[in-house]
Design a protein around this ligand. Sequence first.
Ligand code: ATP
Ligand code: MG
Length: 216
Amino acid sequence: MAVIQRIGIYGGTFDPIHLGHLAIAEEARWALDLHQVIFVPAARQPFKMDSTTADASRRLIMTRLACSSNPAFTVSDSELQRAVPSYTIDTLALFRAHFGAHADLIFILGADAARDLPRWHRARELMTLARFAVIERPGVRLDLHQLDRELPGVVERLTIIAGPQLIISSTELRRRLATGQPVRYQIPEAVYAYICAHGLYGVAAPQQRQNSSSAL
Ligand code: ATP
Ligand code: MG
């Protein structure tokens, strides 16, 4: 009998990817016995970009660096190949076509993102393409009754995963990087090294750092 493939699909801006992302992906992999988790960095609306955010190619590289040590993690650039805005429905349709009708596709998302699910593009159809793994997020209360009122049937299609609850967010990391506060041990070492090497998020690039120290 053929084994049904269970594939986790994990969309996010990953700007930058952090240990919260990796820990919840690993928890979902273990809790749902997933064969693999595919990270899918999202394209960003050009008007939302500024010097404190990273462009798509850099976010893709950082996501690859972060995932390289886990054989169950892979990274897809499918959303970055399409015109902005790219919708999750299109991504799921792509993976459904790739893995076939029998694969079990599970979209992984945090509780904050799950609250918005009813407002996602073609949300009802989305439910027919995948199930959802919703990971609790510190400080976020998800009201399942309300969610089911807004998107009937969704609660049957989702599994709540309790942890680990890590108070790490990319917004806070971007703020910390811009103000010189520490971020080590909240993001993978290789990602931190990449951020420093390329002067992302307002961190002084090596060239600038050298110039300022030689001025002493
Ligand atoms: P930002 O602050 O820029 O929104 P973020 O930390 O929320 O960044 P995203 O790339 O927006 O990261 O998140 C991708 C997905 O991961 C979303 O579904 C989000 O809910 C979830 N997520 C991110 N961080 C955590 C966390 N610490 N715990 C649980 N879920 C998380
Ligand atoms: Mg977010």
